[in-house]
Design a protein around this ligand. Structure first.
Ligand SMILES: Cc1cc2nc3c(=O)[nH]c(=O)nc-3n(C[C@H](O)[C@H](O)[C@H](O)COP(=O)(O)OP(=O)(O)OC[C@H]3O[C@@H](n4cnc5c(N)ncnc54)[C@H](O)[C@@H]3O)c2cc1C
Length: 294
């Protein structure tokens, strides 16, 4: 096997032009496990991405109110300011990934590349309506993260393409991530949820992990919660109040949107229950819960 260690995105693209089916490796925390376990055979050509500066960097664009994160940015980097300040749910999700060693090596691009329904970064990207930039010798295309995640460990990535970066909006409003696993650390989620509040737009978004073939958004629950909240009129917009009964209805709508299965980690019934609990807890952190109707 030949291992290439390109120093720039152009070099990656040139290599992929010659070998469209080359195996890409970023942190290797998924790819090497699959190769070592015999679940995956690397091709004759391996391209290591960790020296590519464009993939390892990020940029904030105040004019568009977005942050663009290179595919090779690690969880450890996502947990630190200023990225953690702009994207608190992504930082919170990153803190739940594996161990410090995994968070130092594992990347957001690798999470997307694997596209596990349990990938912790993915519900956050889905709730934030992130876009993914894919680059190849033919040029580049930008797809929504919803279009990118096609199914269980299946993506819209074509041969010869590399994930260059992900662009996410910096929102004003509360956002958070929560997951349930069989223990507190080093655990793959059996259910996960990310709730994002866009307070000026009076909108909420919720995306679920580990309760479907890929990450799921819950449009009905989102519209219901946004309509049930009595939004604060004061500036800066900071959220609002929601009645406990409406929170329960929101959790019910989230449970209905889930499409869980039973596998070696959990049962479909438990997953459906757990994701409703997570949704209600997140909304209870994002909004003030009152007993009477808001
Ligand atoms: C002990 C352990 C604990 C873990 N815990 C968690 C956890 O709690 N939560 C979680 O979500 N994950 C967890 N993981 C999985 C893994 O760490 C993450 O999915 C991580 O984000 C993978 O990133 P990576 O850079 O290591 O990807 P790699 O292993 O390098 O690559 C993963 C896949 O993505 C492709 N890829 C990588 N970069 C690109 C790119 N730029 N363009 C196109 N394709 C690309 C690769 O070809 C490969 O198919 C764990 C793994 C281990 C070993």
């Amino acid at each position: 096997m030949t291992v290439f260690v390109p120093q720039s995105l152009d070099e990656v693209v040139d290599r992929l032009r010659a070998d469209p089916d080359a195996t890409l490796i970023a942190g290797g925390t998924d790819a090497m496990v699959e190769i070592n376990d015999g679940h995956r055979r690397p091709g004759d050509v391996v391209v290591a991405l960790d020296r590519v500066a464009e993939l390892r960097s990020w940029r904030h664009d105040p004019a568009s109110g977005t942050v663009t994160i290179g595919a090779g940015v690690t969880y450890t980097e996502l947990m630190a300011p200023p990225l953690a300040t702009w994207l608190p749910a992504l930082a919170e999700a990153s803190r739940t990934v594996g161990s410090p060693q995994i968070r130092n090596a594992g990347t957001l691009g690798g999470n997307l590349g694997t596209c596990s329904p349990a990938g912790d970064g993915l519900p956050v990207l889905a709730a934030l309506d992130a876009t993914v930039r894919l680059v190849s010798a033919d040029g580049e295309r930008i797809v929504s993260v919803g279009e990118f995640m096609v199914g269980v460990k299946r993506t819209a990535l074509r041969p010869g393409e590399v994930i260059a970066d992900v662009t996410v909006p910096v929102l004003t409003g509360w956002q958070g991530y929560a997951k349930v696993g069989v223990r507190n650390a080093m655990v793959i989620a059996v259910a996960a949820a990310c709730l994002v509040v866009d307070a000026p737009a009076r909108r909420v978004a919720i995306a679920l992990g580990s309760v479907g073939p890929t990450v799921l958004r819950c449009p009905e629950a989102e519209v219901f919660l946004a309509g049930a909240v009595e939004w604060n009129a004061v500036e800066p917009p900071s959220g609002g109040r929601v009645a406990a009964a409406d929170l329960a209805r929101f959790a019910e709508l989230v449970r209905t949107a889930a499409r869980p299965i039973t596998d070696h980690r959990s049962t479909a019934e438990y997953r459906r229950h757990a994701v409703g609990v997570l949704a209600a807890r997140l909304a209870g952190r994002g909004f003030e819960v009152v007993e009477e109707a808001a």
